[in-house]
Design a protein around this ligand. Sequence first.
Ligand code: ADP
Ligand code: MG
Length: 248
Amino acid sequence: MIEIKSVHKSFGDVTVLEGVDLSVKSGEVVCLIGPSGSGKSTLLRCINGLESYEKGDILISGERVDRHSKSIHELRTKVAMVFQRFNLFPHRTALQNVTEGPIYVKHQNPQVALERAEALLEKVGLAHRMNAYPDELSGGQQQRVAIARALAMDPQAILFDEPTSALDPELVGEVLAVMRKLADEGMTMIVVTHEMGFAQDVADKVCFLHSGTIVEEGPAKKVLSDPQHPRTQDFLRRMLNQGSEVSV
Ligand code: ADP
Ligand code: MG
């Protein structure tokens, strides 16, 4: 469903992605791990057409992602993104945050969009908070609204960029539980995360990115419990010691 072939990306003189290859099948959950600055966010942003890339190809269901093409807006509705800092509209309620895209981007009937949004908020456990504004919600609740908002666009895949990194530890579980449910339902997902337990349990495949290249990939259990590449071994050892993100 998502094919990434030999993608290169630089910011000025700094090369950030140096020939990334990755393929994600429909229904697959891929966890992307790697040190801070290795290019994880940039890769997700390229897949979603938020950044351009200089070389290589990114295909979504066969269609090339090109930030400057006319169809980029349509393509972006097919691949939703969930950010570390939620990025909800602060002056809109939870419900309005979820209906915004379907009504204004997909031109859905407002009543249909409203009913769907209510169902999605219920699905992420927020039936009782639909009319709350983001600043009246906890980080975990805001992130669940963001997930409902992503789902409202009926995406073919969802990209998650460290969805739990900005949360207090006691709120991480409720967001991971929603993500697990989506994975069980067959949603195609690429998840940048430092939650190794989640990766181990939920991911079909784990990719380790280092300095803009995927240096190791394979089944989650294999990569996490028996990493082959010295960089992966080093990263996982440091993750275990620190319990948080490590720098390059
Ligand atoms: P990660 O998500 O793995 O921490 P990023 O993709 O955010 O890594 O960043 C990779 C590298 O690209 C870093 O060195 C970062 O400083 C650089 N970078 C990211 N975005 C920009 C930008 N808009 N302009 C210049 N450099 C950037
Ligand atoms: Mg990042």
